[in-house]
Design a protein around this ligand. Structure first.
Ligand SMILES: [Zn+2]
Length: 134
């Protein structure tokens, strides 16, 4: 079994609803996503997959959809005023925790054909969440 892992840095803002702690207030993170892809056998280039393909597809999506966006639950009262101001938001159906962000990236990468083992998202240098499928 071989695996490769690509690290992708991005920034996002969010807040948590129905939550009693400081994260109920809008704030931001300098996040690092680690996307691990695996295979039983290497391809003809002796690769699991090309790092530049992960970068193009997964980092491309993160850059477009999540980077420098506010990630907010769809019913968050902040959504209408931010949208009215033309600020970029990424809407989620449930609380936008780092666990959910890891799952979003896992789902995107899997849908794009990568054999994803796990996605870990570091929200701070000491806190991370991992999603590795159902
Ligand atoms: Zn946070």
């Amino acid at each position: 079994m071989y695996s490769v892992t690509k690290r992708i840095e991005f920034c996002y803002g969010h807040r948590l609803l129905d939550y009693d702690g400081i994260c109920k207030h809008p704030h931001g993170h300098n996040a690092v996503a680690e996307v691990e892809i695996r295979t039983d056998a290497l391809d003809t280039r002796n690769m699991v997959c090309d790092f530049s393909d992960i970068k193009r597809v997964v980092k491309g999506w993160i850059d477009r959809e999540l980077d420098h966006k506010m990630i907010l639950r769809r019913d968050d009262p902040l959504v209408p005023p931010l949208q009215a101001l033309g600020e970029p938001v990424f809407l989620t159906d449930s609380n936008p925790t780092v666990e959910l962000v890891a799952r979003l990236i896992y789902t995107l990468a899997t849908e794009q054909g990568f054999n994803v083992v796990r996605v870990t998202v570091w929200e701070t240098p000491s806190s991370f969440a991992t999603y590795s499928g159902e």
